[in-house]
Design a protein around this ligand. Structure first.
Ligand code: NAP
Ligand code: F7E
Length: 348
């Protein structure tokens, strides 16, 4: 049985990836940090808590990561843990650089010191479309692996650091290390502080009379939104490839935040304009206007392509949130993320 080690296993992608690898027959180990309130709701929602091994560790502490790697002796390492909120990274740039950038150096170095590169351990780094920022588009008007990085936030800059460190360990030590440059991917397990889930959660509550208004920031931003379970499959495919390389994973289609909101309200027969309020406090000091990816290389070399359409994605998320709140109203137990909390409001 191959062994996979996942950092960020309690996050959206970590949970989906753990399920995907368990279904493939892997032994799955996940690093989690101590929190005053444990955050295992996604692993519980997927029914996989008792199928994996959770190990407490600190991704910004080399000694801690050395201990974890020596204990697990993984065949594949997926480094997903990050402070992943772009807006929040403007308020916590140092923490974001440590958690999202420096941690990558620590894990790569822990792998090198334990001779991971000689043993053929494979390493996946969770890069992001945010690394490209407001970049120069390719001839198709999209972003591919050849477009220059122009990071527009501390988060994006940290991911560029992780990207180059991964490349350097590949070139310098022959490590089988890859970077997935994934565009936005969402699901019913998305955190409430990201715009898609913030919208679908509010739509469900508004439909059920539990909320009236939804405060949003920049409605004009365009994002290329895919379905997360398909994106974790791409991570695995990248590590199965003979030659380690970097890949853009996207749907090739972009929509505005406004379109997402409109479609989500349409799904429950409501008019979005009756409920959405533009709130400047959700604007970022700098935002990326348009992120649309060209996944041709992944399709050609990995055989990967997106399957869920934008409309289907919105429907999956709205229906899941409606079901959760209906259960809650009936007093039934639900594996739920902070059900009573309003989405994070960043005060400037
Ligand atoms: P997520 O839901 O925010 O999960 C982040 C994970 O990182 C959580 O498990 C979290 O643990 C962990 N983490 C955060 N700070 C940590 C710290 N200081 N020490 C240890 N663990 C920490 O993110 P996601 O959507 O699953 O994304 C997974 C990765 O892909 C991230 O690196 C993200 O930046 C990147 N990415 C995501 C997307 C996307 O659209 N989803 C696109 C491109 C790239 P806790 O549960 O303890 O907070
Ligand atoms: O914002 C706008 C906001 O926070 C999307 C992360 O997974 O994908 C994600 O980053 C857009 C932005 O995701 C609100 O200004 C409007 O233009 O959902 P988001 P993101 O910043 O694209 C990338 C690829 C990652 O790598 C990240 O880890 O929506 N927006 N109103 C809002 N955004 C939020 N969060 N909340 C609002 O109220």
């Amino acid at each position: 049985m191959p062994k996979a080690l996942i950092t960020g296993i309690t996050g959206q992608d970590g949970a989906w990836l753990a399920k995907f690898l368990l279904d493939k027959g892997y032994e799955v180990y996940g690093v989690y940090r101590r929190l005053s309130t444990p955050n295992f709701w996604r692993l519980q929602a997927l029914g996989i808590m008792d199928k994996l091994t959770l190990i407490q560790g600190d991704i910004t502490d080399l000694s801690s990561m050395l201990r974890v790697i020596q204990q697990v002796e993984p065949d594949e390492v997926y480094h997903l843990a990050a402070q992943s909120h772009v807006g929040w990274s403007f308020d916590t740039p140092i923490d974001t650089i440590e958690t999202t950038g420096l941690s990558t150096a620590i894990i790569l170095e822990a792998l090198r010191l334990t001779k991971g590169h000689e043993k053929g351990v494979k390493f996946y780094f969770a890069g992001s479309s945010e690394m490209f920022g407001n970049t120069i588009l390719n001839h198709k008007g999209k972003i591919d692996e050849s477009c220059p990085f122009m990071p527009a936030s501390p988060y994006a800059a940290s991911k560029v650091l992780g990207y180059h460190l991964t490349r350097i360990y590949r070139e310098a030590y022959g490590m089988h290390a890859v970077v997935g440059m994934l565009f936005n991917h969402e699901s019913e397990l998305r955190g409430l502080e990201f715009v898609t889930r913030k919208i679908t959660n509010a739509v469900a509550k508004i439909k059920l009379g539990l909320q009236d208004k939804l405060h949003l920031g920049n409605l004009d931003a365009k994002r290329d939104w895919g379905y997360a379970p398909e994106y974790v499959e791409a991570m695995w495919l990248m590590l199965q490839s003979e030659k380690p390389d970097n890949y853009v994973i996207a749907t090739g289609e972009a929509h505005t935040v406004r379109e997402f909101a409109q479609l989500a309200f349409d799904e429950v027969g409501l008019n979005w304009e009756d409920h959405v309020v533009v709130d400047k406090s959700y604007y970022r000091p700098r935002d990326v206007a348009n992120l649309i990816g060209d996944y041709s290389k992944a399709e050609r070399e990995l055989g990967w392509r997106p399957r869920t359409t934008f409309k289907e994605l919105v429907r999956i998320m709205v229906r899941a949130d409606l079901e959760r709140w209906q259960k809650w109203l009936r007093g039934e137990p639900i594996p739920f993320d902070a059900p009573y909390a309003e989405p994070l409001k960043v005060k400037k």
